[in-house]
Each structure stands twice: as structure tokens, then as C-alpha cells.
Design a binder for this molecule. Structure first.
Ligand SMILES: Cc1cc2nc3c(=O)[nH]c(=O)nc-3n(C[C@H](O)[C@H](O)[C@H](O)COP(=O)(O)OP(=O)(O)OC[C@H]3O[C@@H](n4cnc5c(N)ncnc54)[C@H](O)[C@@H]3O)c2cc1C
Ligand code: FES
Ligand code: FES
Length: 1342
């Protein structure tokens, strides 16, 4: 085509402004264009692969045919710029700002406490905004769908949902109120706020925000669609567009004829429609396409036709459009004809998130040929017909087993285009079903899915045709052909079920080395799905035959539970806290649910994170070359080819480190570049510095490393134990264990594996190192929890400290006010990144994947038959990886907290931190304490079952009691609030009555089981390393009365700065708005302690208080002389009298310590107590589960900010939920982590939060050890996630009883669908043979 020499101008609009790009590069995505070129940094970069929703923006297009403007949300990271021709993009900055007007969506999420670190907030805002642009009064179901593609790691979603629910009309009552009684949740919803004061109870309040003064939604204020784009669409004839970048050409053919021409000219060029398959392949798998064809103008590809045989959908129809079309068809067409449509709709509702469905096309899903496609099995099972065209011919082919010819490959010829898909109507004797089980219910690829169709001979139960296709069981969508064939002419009865299962197992079989692993689980799913299908069909046959057919009528009521889906609803709940006393001044913010200081800026996208800082002139980029071997000697590094590439500046190796090639960890030093030997896959070998990121990455990829493999390669705990590969060990003993074991009634032994967890902070670790030039000064801007260590590490690496001495250090590290909580990882881990950046003096960000340790204890428990636990001996091993990092500290905390909430008179605990050839593990929120509670509760549950007592009875018997309780390490503490929490939790959760209801439910349902569990929580606070318990603050008052405050803590979304401001305002008696908090910087407050251990308000709050009090003392004479004066008067007077208005505050905390030799000490400043009760429902056939309700009560002392504390509790709980029920790390036998990024690793999404999540702060609790009698609750509720694990175990126990299994069993953590399904032993699990052990399984249990 001659036009290809011409390059078109790309015209589109962003936030109402026209953008004209003369040289639009097809390789550029919208996200970097917004962030770097237009400097619209509100849209965030999270995963870059469509999995997190942080980059959500709205796209609007004008449809000239229908004369309609359509709005839809997309992931900007997967949207090629060239796709935007004629479109209007709206980003978070375009809908409102603090400078103009805040949009109601922004206002509500901010004021309802829906943002913590704020990194996900712009994406959430844009998903909601788009929903409202399409429907100003959405239902809660629509809200649920629109948020499915947005992840949040901090909040636990409940406050986000509460904020957005205020826009919804429909109400779904919790049914708590009962007839005639008002339901508090419903009342709250009607009032427009999520929570309301509970009338009649003076002590408890539940209003975290006021909805009355929310801005109303006013669509006249919205940006209008640019008329110019409408004109462009209506007036201009469609013509071919061509955009050309340095390496890639993008062609938009004007019509079908031209498309086919292009395809014959460039047969290898992909047809890029939604880019949701091509994009991730380019980004993560290195695919490259010099020509790409975008067929947006080809109307045939976008048409929807209602035909006599069925619906014909253009292949480029987006999955959202397909969903809408199906919904309409189902509503309008006789049910009998819409079986296939309903099945497809069921899959579409959970396929990806809303943004993915808006972009991804039906044709793209089919042609991508993914073995886990949710659509292909059902399209194939129902004989859908594909219309395929090329320049030479047009043909129709059936979508069947012959269409998929290999992984990602189909029978389409390279020059062929899939034009449309005919989805037939169903007919009377045709029955269709779909099934899927994924690692997460929404926005997760299926582990196994299936589409099944049976056609009966009329008026009979005899099979005329059977088609079953499965996904996730091979490299392509698999047809169970032989099984289907053998069952033709068979009657649909019990015999058929057994035979079908046997045939399916014979036909669908794969080795344990098959990608994906979990062979027995996947095979069990195939026959479990068939069983569901079998029952569904029997039930339908009964209706169809319309008679009391004997075989159909005998489906036992209990077995019908196999058919009902596990439906989840949006989370909601009550949050209860103690209001401030009546005599507190209204202006005094302490104790009030003040919104996060930066909440509005998070919601408007104005908050600046590290990566939002404009590029520095001359900025260079570093790409790391890392080891591909787990244990090897480096023989040589050859960067010759890399250095020749244009844009490459240099290679950096260990020889280039001017100072120490080590960074300091808590207990050890860690190498930056490995000097001679790599000890894990991913070990840093060298770095390539280049002028841009692409160039640096390309060059790093061609550096040749020659390795010499070394033995042993230790990956698993078993390997480490065998090789005695330990960093160190700890022992804790109390009482006389051996004597106690002699006296106990019974003893039991057990084991549990607790898997690791990825921090999965949405903001990547970011560091900007800016050499200032003058006197060698360096500024470090980074997202770290421990600024002092950042400074120390960089200076020792660069040798700065040695040259100038510590007292005279140059430079500072400052922390952006906005960083995402790193949940423990960046108190240590960021130093490595930082030192690297320092050495190369570059900027950039890197997602560090450091996981929390995996723990594996073996335990021996001595108990009395009345449930008293007398003695525990336990040895636990944690997989520390290749460097010590914080593993020993985690191990210590796990051992110190192994008592959980129970008094155990005799204990002997031993722990080993194992050194393995995996990437080093580090701490996660609550450092080993969540693991401790999971271990303890596992034997508590087992003891209960052995004693024939309920688990809560055994818990209650063994709880610490009284004012003078004694820990394992001989510290006396007052445990009375623990018992209060326990009792209040039992009562507020109506535990006993719900337990009876659970038992009733379980009697009536064979295949769905419910479980309920209540656990006590007890957690330490503070550092047991004495010198860390100190803090400083700097207070500066200006002569106009304004106040500038800095302290040593880092704001990570946890609300520390908000609380600090509340404290300063309370002390100085001036409004919070008069005080400005400066970013944390070692230039203002030196030698900071890590912001960790739930201790930062305690430490820094006290330092700030001290600084305020010093200042007040200085002002006192002027206040005395002028009692009616104002703050400004006193400040001015002090200034005129030459009084310093700059004060520092310092707090020296307690000397916490543990003497491991003696096994005693004072390990905590105080305890956080609590209790958590959870109820779940499991699907015994698939391993799916639904979190029905969780009630958490926490003793937060006198909360400084109940909204912040409750937010921390809910967020921590959702991380605990992830740790214990879904987040699973998988390693290859060579030590490569498979589960990288949101497509592989699943954190809880909105669908995973308990439908009812009630959080209460214990009232009337005082804590003399911390500021204003408060407590640091930041980490405590991670432990509450264990109540869900044990509720699941309770449900599984009920399922096992159905098959006569009443003994104890081990439920490892996380309790994934695989764990649950395989523990629910039944006739189907028994049919699946155990896979023969192979030399190389796909994954290993580390
Ligand atoms: C985060 C995320 C979550 C997802 N979750 C799921 C899920 O749960 N279940 C599921 O089934 N899928 C899921 N997917 C996959 C998604 O559904 C597919 O990637 C999508 O349907 C592909 O459509 P597309 O328009 O984006 O294809 P593109 O990426 O544009 O193209 C994909 C391939 O199809 C070819 N192609 C496209 N249209 C045609 C045509 N008309 N004729 C010939 N060839 C064509 C292209 O040449 C290319 O090779 C997910 C994807 C992402 C990124
Ligand atoms: S950054 Fe785009 S979805 Fe995660
Ligand atoms: S507030 Fe959602 S990720 Fe931090």
C-alpha cells in the first residue's frame, strides 16, 4: 500500500485537551505517555500487565452509527497509544482537583477512609467514575463487578465499598435486625453513610464518616465529549492510518477488504484488538512484532447480528459488549433457547476484571488459544461456528478439538482473519453447563474449567450427543472425546456417573512435570465438575420429563448443594469504637476519626510518589544481570556485546563498588553484588547502565555469564535439615517439660507447613539518588521504612562515611510523604536497591520480591482429657533463603509468641533459621507472629478433637487469665483485657447460636459445608533491640504562627502523620490545619528508628509531644502576660523577645530485650489483645470457599484515631486472610519462583473480603505505656486471618465426617482450593490415583 510511506498524526484528547502526536510510536503504551510525556502522574504504574487496576483510566468514543458516546474503563498499561485515534481519555486529574473542584467520587473515597497509601486510589476512583458515567444509580452488583479488576493491598476494601455504595440505589439487608427490628446496616445505607451511631449505647459509636455533607453527583459538571471528535467520526470517511515508530509499524485498515490485503501482505502481523494477550507477551515474554494491524474500522468485525440459528458476534466485539448482548438476549428470548448464552454469561462475569473485559475481544480470546481460556471449552462444547476469511477464501469451521493445534496455536492460516462467531440457540433436549475453579474467584485465570453439553433423544433420558471440553489440563483446550463417544445411547443414571468418571480419568491424564503441577487436584476437579453436571442434568431432566420420574426424583435434598453456586456479596460491616468524652473540646482532634491527611490528594492523583518525580537531566537507568542458577561459581562475565549496544553507558560489577560491597541488616551484612559465587536464582551479578530503561534491559539480557554449578543445591527445608544448613537457632524453655510429659493424660504429635507470602505492595520499591555536585552531597529520595539504614548503607557503599566521618555525614535520605506500606519488607530490603542506585547514581524503581519466611514445625503436645494443655515441645524450621536478613528475628518473634493467648506451664521451643539456595526471605507485617498463632491453633484444634471437646472450649480453658499472668519468657502481664476481648467477641458474633446454625446447615447439605472458628489474639509491640526504641522530632514555628513539624517515622499509608498531627494539635491547642508536616528526612531528624513493630506512633508521638511541650514552656511567659492573646500573638511576642521558636523533642523508650541464654526478658512494651471469629462456606467438590462473616475485636487502648486504627485492622486482616487462605508461592525444582506478578500470585480482591466484616475497638481500655493511653494496632489483625483458616478446617472436618473420617488431619497454610478439595476426601478423590513420583515435578514444596 502506497500509504505506508505516509505517517499519520495521532489525534486524541486527554482531559478535554487535544493531543497531536506527529510521531506516535506503536510501542508506547498510554500509561508511560500520561506519566512521562503529559506529566499526568495520577495514573499509577503497579504491575504493567493488566492485573492490578492501578492504571485505570476512562476512554470515551463516539459511535457515529448509533449516535452514542460510550465510556469504558481500561488499563492504561496495556493500551497502546496508537489505539487512541479519535478517542477521549479521562484520567483522575481530569475529573477533579483540589485546585478546582473535587469530584464526588474523589471526595467520598477520601472522607470514608478508603485510602491508606493511596496508590490504588486513582484506579479505584476511575473505575467508579466510569461506572457512574454509564449509570448514575448503579446497583451494588454493578459496583461489585466494576471493582473486580482493582486491587488494594492496604485497606481490605470495606471502606472503599462503603464510600462507593453511597452512590448505589439497591439495598441488600444483612437480615440481622429480624422482623420489625431495624437492621443497622440497612439503616446506615438508607441514611447514606456506611455506619451510624448505635442509639442507646453511650459508650460505643460507629460513625466513621458523615455522608450528609457529601457533594451530590452532578453530571452537568462532567467533561463533555469533544465535539471535534464527533465531527471527525461523522464527517470524515474512514481511511487507512499508519503510525510508525523506530521498530514497529501500526496499520489501521479502512475496511475489511484492506484488512485482508494487509494480512496477505504481512501474514505474521498480529491482529491487535484489545492487546490483552499481545501486550503481556511483548512485555513479559519478549515477543516482538514489526507490524501490527489494528482492525478498529472493520465494521464486520464489530457487528452483532441476530440470526435464525443464533447470535453472530463480530470477532472484535469486546467481552463487555458480548456480555451486554447476552444479558439482553437472555431477557428477551425463551429460556429454552438461551442455555448456551447463560453458560457463556456465567464465565464472562468472572473473566478478568471490568477493564480487561472492556478491552479484550471474543476473537482474541479464541485465537490466543490459551489452555485456560474460559470461553473456548464452552464454545467448543456447544458447536459454535467460526467464520474465517482471507483474501482468497471465506470458510466456516467448527470450534472443536481440531481447532487447537498446540499451546497458543490454532488451525487458522497466517493470512486468515476470524470474522465472526455464531453462537447457536439451544433447543429443548439440549442441556449446557460451565464450570471453573481458579485461585481467586474473580480476575484470575482458571486452574481447570469446563464446558459440557448433552443432548437427549426426545422425551427420554438417553444420550444422543455428549460434548465435554476442559481447560487447564493440557497445552490446549482438551476434548474428552472417547468418554463422550462411549456414553452415547446411555441412560443418564448412577451407573453412567461412575463410568464417566473412570473414562474421564483415563482420558485426561498428565504427568506431575506438566506445567501447573497439582496433578491430582486438577484431575479430581474434572470428575467433580462432571458430578455437578450429572446432578444438574438429572434435575433438569426431571423438569423436562415433567413426571415423577423415579430416577430423577431421587436426588437427595442434601446432594442438591453440589449444584448451587457459591455466590459472594460486597463486603459490609459495622465498626464500633469508643467516642471521645463529652467534655473534650470540639477542636481537639485526638480520639476523633480524622481522615488520612493525604486522602484527598490520593483521590485526586495529586499525591507525589517517588516514581512521580520528574526525570532528572542526565538520568541513567540500571538493569540488573541476575543469576539463573541456584548455586554456582561465576567463571566469567562477558558484557562485550552489551556494551556495544547504542545507549549503553557502562557495566557495574563488584569491582566498581568504592566502599563496602555490603549492606547492613539487623543481624548480618548482605552482599550487593555477588563476588564469586551465586547462591540463589536472582542473585545480583552485575548491572548495566544505559540512557533509557529499554536499552538497559536489552543490554542486560545479552550479558553472557558462564557458571560452574556447585553442590549442594539446598532448596527445601528437608534439604536444609539433611545438610544441617542453618544460619542459627534459638531455644526457649520454661517449666519442666520432661516431667510434665510423664504426668499428662495424653500426648499428640503433629506438623504443619506454613507457606511464605509476598508483600505485593502496589508501589514498587523506588529510589532516586541525586548527586548534588557540591561537596559530594547526595540526596536520596526513597520509599523506605528505615531512613537511617538507607543513609548508612549508601554511605558505606560509596565510602562517604569513612572519608568524612559519621558525625559529618553529607547528604540525607528523605522519604516521600506518599509511599506504600511495605509491610515489613523495606525496613531492610530497600538498602540493596539503594546501594545499587547509589553506585550507579541513577534513578529508577524495582519491585523486590522478598517473601516472608516459610515455617514448618514439628510438635509434641501433652494434655489432660479435660482439655488442659500442660506441655508443648516444638521444633520449627524457617526457610530463610540465601541470606540471613531478618529470619532470625522472625524466628525469635515466632517462638516468643508461640503461646498465642494461652498459658502453657511447660514448654520447650527450638527454632532453626535455615540457609537455602532460594532468594533471601524477609519480614512481613507482624514478623513471625501470624505463623506462631497458626501453629498454636493447629494443635489446640487437634487436642479439642482428641478430647471430644469443641475447639473454643479448649481455647477458653487454656486462656491466660488474671492480672498477673506469666509469659513463656517469664514476663508478668495483665491479661484481663484478653478475656474481655474473647467474651465480647463470642457475644457480638453470636458465636454459640451461629455454631448451632452451622451444624444445622451441614446436616442439610452434603457438598457445601460451613465452618466457624473463634481465636484469641495476643501480639507484642515494640523492638526487643533496646536502641531502636528511641525517636526524635523537630518543631519549627514561624513568626506568622505557622508550624512546621518533622519526626523520624515514615508515613506509608498507615496514618502515622495524621496521628502525629492530631497529637501536635492537641498539645499546642491549635488546629491541625495550622501545622504542616514535612517529609521525613535524616537532614531534619537524624538516626531514625525503623517505622515498624506497630510502635511508630508510640515513639514519634512522644518525641513530638516533648517538642511541643518545650515550645509551650518557651511561650508560657507570653501567654501568661497576655492570657486573652492568640497563638499568633504569643509567637510574635516570643520572636520579638529573641526566644527560639525551634525545638526538638526526643523520646527514650523502654529497654526491651530477651536473654536467650536464660530464656527470659521483657520482649514487649505491652500486648495488643483481641479475638476474631470467622464463618466460611466451602464447596467440597471444588475447594472454593466463601468468607461469610468475620467479627474482630481489638484492644487498641484509647485510640488516637479510630478511623485509622480500624483501617489498619481491616487491612491487616485482609493480609492475614491472604496469607492463610490464598497467597501461595510456587518454586520450580531449580529454585525459580513461578508466582510472579498479579497474574500468578493472588492477593485478596474485593470478592474475598467477608461479606460481613465487623470490627470493634475494646472500650474502656487504658495503656499507661503509650501516648494518651493508646496502643499500636498496625500489625495485630494479620493474626485474625487465622480464624478464617480454622473456620475452613472446621468446615472440612464436617465434610470428612460424611465419609466416616473423624480423626485429626493436617491443613497446611495457605488453605488454597487445592488444599480444601483434597482434604475433603470422598469417592471422587479416591478415584484419582496418586501420581507416580517423577524425577522432576513441576513445582517443589520449599
Ligand atoms: C489481567 C488479565 C486477566 C485475564 N483473565 C482471563 C480469564 O479469567 N479468563 C480468560 O479466558 N481469559 C483471561 N484473560 C485473557 C483475555 O481474555 C484474552 O487475552 C483476550 O480475550 C484476548 O483478546 P484481545 O482482543 O485482547 O487480543 P489481542 O491481544 O489483541 O490478540 C491476541 C491474539 O489474537 C489474534 N487475534 C485477535 N483477533 C483476531 C481475529 N479476529 N482474527 C485472527 N486473529 C485474531 C491476534 O493476532 C493475537 O495473536 C485475561 C487477560 C489479562 C491480561
Ligand atoms: S499497572 Fe496496569 S493493571 Fe497494573
Ligand atoms: S490504599 Fe490501596 S494499595 Fe494502598
Amino acid at each position: 500500500m502506497s500509504q505506508h510511506s505516509i505517517i499519520d498524526e495521532l489525534v486524541f484528547f486527554v482531559n478535554g485537551r487535544k493531543v497531536r502526536e506527529q510521531n506516535a510510536d506503536p510501542e508506547t503504551m498510554l500509561l508511560p505517555y500520561l506519566r512521562r510525556t503529559l506529566r499526568l502522574t495520577g495514573t499509577k504504574y503497579g504491575c504493567g500487565g493488566g492485573g492490578c487496576g492501578a492504571c485505570t483510566v476512562m476512554i470515551s468514543k463516539y459511535n457515529a452509527l448509533e449516535k452514542k458516546i460510550i465510556h469504558f474503563s481500561v488499563n492504561a498499561c496495556l493500551t497502546p497509544l496508537c489505539m487512541l485515534y479519535g478517542a477521549a481519555v479521562t484520567t483522575v486529574e481530569g475529573i477533579g482537583s483540589t485546585r478546582t473542584r473535587i469530584h464526588p467520587v474523589q471526595e467520598r473515597i477520601a472522607k470514608a477512609h478508603g485510602s491508606q497509601c493511596g496508590f490504588c486510589t486513582p484506579g479505584m476512583v476511575m473505575s467508579m467514575y466510569t461506572l457512574l458515567r454509564n449509570n448514575p444509580n448503579p446497583s451494588t452488583a454493578q459496583l461489585q463487578q466494576s471493582l473486580a479488576g482493582n486491587l488494594c493491598r492496604c485497606t481490605g476494601y470495606r471502606p472503599i465499598v462503603d464510600a462507593f455504595r453511597t452512590f448505589c440505589t439497591a439495598s441488600t439487608c444483612c437480615q440481622q435486625g429480624g422482623r420489625g427490628t431495624s437492621c443497622p446496616l440497612e439503616k446506615a445505607e438508607q441514611d447514606g453513610s456506611s455506619t451510624q451511631t448505635i442509639v442507646g449505647d453511650q459508650d460505643v459509636c460507629s460513625q466513621l464518616f458523615k455522608a450528609d455533607d457529601f457533594l451530590p453527583l452532578d453530571d452537568t459538571q462532567e467533561l463533555i465529549f469533544p465535539p471535534e471528535l464527533m465531527l471527525m467520526e461523522e464527517k470524515l470517511a474512514k481511511r487507512t492510518l499508519v503510525f510508525r515508530g523506530e521498530r514497529v509499524m501500526w496499520i489501521v485498515p479502512a475496511n475489511l477488504e484492506e484488512l485482508l490485503e494487509m494480512k496477505s501482505q504481512y501474514p505474521k502481523a498480529p491482529l491487535l484488538v484489545g492487546n490483552t494477550n499481545i501486550g503481556p507477551n511483548i512485555k513479559f515474554k519478549g515477543a516482538f512484532h514489526p507490524v501490527m494491524i489494528h482492525p478498529t474500522y472493520v465494521s464486520e468485525l464489530n457487528s452483532v447480528q441476530i440470526m435464525d440459528e443464533g447470535l453472530r458476534l463480530g470477532a472484535a466485539c469486546s467481552l463487555s459488549r458480548m456480555k451486554d448482548v447476552l444479558v439482553k438476549a437472555i431477557a428477551e428470548i425463551a429460556t429454552e433457547k438461551t442455555e448456551i448464552f447463560q453458560a457463556l454469561l456465567k464465565q464472562l462475569c468472572v473473566l478478568g476484571g471490568e477493564q480487561i473485559r472492556n478491552m479484550a475481544s471474543l476473537g482474541g480470546n479464541i485465537v490466543s488459544g490459551s489452555p485456560t481460556s474460559d470461553l473456548n471449552p464452552i464454545l467448543a462444547a456447544t458447536n459454535c461456528i467460526l467464520e474465517v476469511v482471507s483474501r482468497e477464501r471465506r470458510r466456516e469451521i467448527h470450534l472443536d478439538e481440531n481447532f487447537f493445534v498446540g499451546f497458543g496455536k490454532t488451525a487458522l492460516m497466517p493470512e486468515e482473519v476470524l470474522l465472526s462467531i455464531l453462537i447457536p440457540y439451544s433447543r429443548k433436549w439440549q442441556l449446557v453447563s460451565v464450570f471453573r475453579q481458579a485461585t481467586r474467584r474473580e480476575n484470575a485465570f482458571s486452574i481447570v474449567n469446563s464446558g459440557m453439553q448433552v443432548v437427549f433423544k426426545e422425551e427420554t433420558r438417553v444420550i444422543a450427543e455428549l460434548r465435554m471440553f476442559f481447560g487447564g489440563v493440557g497445552p490446549t483446550t482438551v476434548c474428552a472425546k472417547r468418554c463422550c463417544k462411549e456414553l452415547i445411547d446411555r441412560s443418564w443414571d448412577e451407573d453412567l456417573l461412575s463410568q464417566a468418571c473412570e473414562l474421564l480419568l483415563e482420558e485426561i491424564s498428565f504427568p506431575s512435570s506438566a506445567p501447573g503441577g497439582s496433578v491430582e487436584f486438577r484431575r479430581t476437579l474434572t470428575i467433580s465438575f462432571f458430578y455437578k453436571f450429572y446432578l444438574q442434568v438429572r434435575q433438569r431432566l426431571q423438569q423436562l420429563l415433567n413426571k415423577e420420574d423415579l430416577f430423577a426424583a431421587d436426588i437427595l435434598q442434601r446432594h442438591r448443594s453440589a449444584m448451587s453456586p457459591l455466590l459472594v456479596e460486597l463486603p459490609r460491616g459495622l465498626q464500633k469504637f469508643q467516642p471521645v468524652t463529652w467534655d473534650q473540646l470540639q477542636e481537639d482532634p485526638v480520639g476523633q476519626p480524622v481522615a488520612h491527611l493525604s486522602a484527598i490528594k490520593h483521590a485526586t492523583g495529586e499525591a507525589i510518589y517517588c516514581d512521580d518525580i520528574p526525570n532528572q537531566e542526565g538520568e541513567l537507568f540500571l538493569a540488573l544481570v541476575t543469576s539463573s542458577r541456584a548455586h554456582a561459581k561465576i567463571v566469567s562475565i562477558d558484557a562485550g556485546e552489551a556494551l556495544k549496544l547504542p545507549g549503553v553507558v557502562d557495566i557495574i560489577t563488584v569491582q566498581d563498588v568504592p566502599g563496602k560491597n555490603k549492606v547492613e541488616m539487623l543481624f548480618d551484612m548482605e552482599e550487593i553484588f555477588c563476588s564469586s559465587e551465586v547462591t540463589c536464582v536472582g542473585h545480583i551479578i552485575c548491572g548495566i547502565v544505559a540512557k533509557n530503561q529499554v536499552c538497559a534491559k536489552m543490554a542486560a539480557a545479552v550479558v553472557k555469564i558462564i557458571y560452574e554449578d556447585l553442590e549442594p543445591v539446598i532448596l527445601t527445608l528437608e534439604d536444609a535439615i539433611q545438610h544441617k544448613s542453618f544460619f542459627g537457632h534459638r531455644k526457649l524453655e520454661n517449666g519442666n517439660v520432661d516431667a510434665a510429659f510423664e504426668k499428662v493424660d495424653q500426648q499428640l504429635e503433629g506438623q504443619i507447613h506454613i507457606g511464605g507470602q509476598e508483600h505485593f505492595y502496589m508501589e514498587t520499591h523506588s529510589v532516586l539518588v541525586i548527586p548534588k555536585g557540591e561537596d559530594g552531597e547526595i540526596e536520596i529520595i526513597c520509599s523506605i521504612q528505615h531512613p537511617k539504614n538507607a543513609q548508612d548503607s549508601l554511605f558505606s557503599t560509596l565510602c562517604v562515611g569513612e572519608r568524612r566521618g559519621h558525625a559529618d555525614q553529607w547528604g540525607s535520605s528523605s522519604i516521600r510523604r506518599q509511599i506504600q506500606d511495605n509491610f515489613g519488607s523495606s525496613s531492610e530490603r530497600l538498602e540493596v536497591t539503594l546501594s545499587l542506585r547509589g553506585i550507579s547514581s541513577t534513578a529508577g524503581s524495582r519491585r523486590l520480591r522478598r517473601m516472608c519466611v516459610r515455617i514448618f514445625p514439628a510438635m509434641d503436645v501433652g494434655y489432660m482429657t479435660d482439655g488442659r494443655i500442660i506441655a508443648v515441645e516444638l521444633t520449627c524450621y524457617c526457610n530463610g533463603g540465601n541470606e540471613l536478613d531478618a529470619s532470625l528475628e522472625i524466628l525469635e518473634l515466632a517462638l516468643l509468641n508461640m503461646d498465642s493467648g494461652y498459658y502453657i506451664p511447660h514448654v520447650r521451643l527450638t527454632g532453626f533459621a535455615c540457609k537455602t539456595n532460594l532468594p533471601s526471605n524477609t519480614a512481613f507485617r507482624a514478623f513471625g507472629q501470624p505463623q506462631a498463632i497458626a501453629i498454636t491453633e493447629s494443635w489446640v484444634t487437634d487436642v479439642a478433637s482428641k478430647c471430644n471437646l469443641s475447639a473454643e472450649k479448649v481455647r477458653e480453658i487454656n486462656l491466660y487469665r488474671g492480672k498477673e499472668s506469666c509469659t513463656l519468657y517469664k514476663t508478668i502481664f495483665d491479661s484481663r483485657n484478653q478475656l474481655r476481648c474473647w467474651n465480647e467477641c463470642l457475644e457480638s458474633a453470636s458465636y454459640h447460636s451461629r455454631k448451632i446454625a452451622v451444624e444445622e446447615f451441614n446436616k442439610l447439605n452434603r457438598w457445601k459445608k460451613r465452618g466457624i472458628s473463634v481465636v484469641p489474639l495476643k501480639k507484642t509491640v515494640g523492638f526487643s533491640i533496646p536502641f531502636l526504641n528511641q525517636a526524635g522530632a523537630l518543631l519549627q514555628v514561624y513568626v506568622d504562627g505557622s508550624v512546621l513539624l518533622t519526626h523520624g517515622g515514615t508515613e506509608m499509608g498507615q496514618g502515622l502523620h495524621t496521628k502525629i498531627l492530631q497529637i501536635a494539635s492537641h498539645e499546642l491547642k491549635i488546629p491541625m490545619s495550622a501545622i504542616h508536616l514535612n517529609e521525613t528526612s535524616t537532614a531534619t531528624v537524624p538516626n531514625t528508628s525503623p517505622t515498624a513493630a506497630s510502635f511508630s506512633t508510640d515513639l514519634n508521638g512522644m518525641a513530638v509531644k516533648a517538642a511541643c511541650q518545650t515550645l509551650l514552656q518557651r511561650l508560657e511567659p507570653f501567654m501568661h502576660d497576655n492570657p486573652k492573646g492568640t497563638w499568633k500573638d504569643w509567637v510574635k511576642e516570643a520572636f520579638m523577645n529573641k526566644v527560639s521558636l525551634s525545638t526538638t523533642g526526643f523520646f527514650k523508650g523502654e529497654d526491651l530485650f530477651v536473654d536467650w541464654e536464660k530464656g527470659e526478658g521483657n520482649a514487649t512494651s505491652y500486648f495488643i489483645f483481641g479475638a476474631s471469629c470467622s464463618e466460611v462456606e466451602i464447596d467440597c467438590l471444588t475447594g472454593d470457599h466463601r468468607n461469610i462473616r468475620t467479627d474482630i475485636i481489638i484492644d487498641a487502648g484509647n485510640s488516637i484515631n479510630p478511623a485509622v486504627d480500624i483501617g489498619q485492622i481491616e487491612g491487616a486482616f485482609s493480609q492475614g486472610l491472604g496469607l492463610f487462605t490464598m497467597e501461595e508461592l510456587k518454586y520450580s525444582p531449580k529454585g525459580v519462583l513461578y508466582t510472579r506478578g498479579p497474574s500468578q500470585y493472588k492477593i485478596p480482591a474485593v470478592c474475598d473480603i467477608p461479606e460481613q466484616l465487623n470490627v470493634s475497638l475494646l472500650s474502656g481500655s487504658k495503656n499507661p505505656k503509650a501516648i494518651y493511653s493508646s496502643k499500636g494496632v498496625g500489625e495485630s489483625a494479620v493474626l485474625a486471618g487465622s480464624s478464617v483458616l480454622y473456620a475452613i478446617k472446621d468446615a472440612i472436618t464436617a465434610a470428612r465426617r460424611e465419609t466416616g473420617l473423624t480423626g485429626n488431619f493436617t491443613l497446611n497454610s495457605p488453605s488454597t482450593p487445592e488444599q480444601i478439595r483434597m482434604a475433603c476426601v470422598d469417592r471422587f478423590t479416591e478415584m484419582v490415583p496418586v501420581s507416580a513420583p517423577e524425577s522432576t515435578p513441576w513445582a517443589i514444596n520449599v
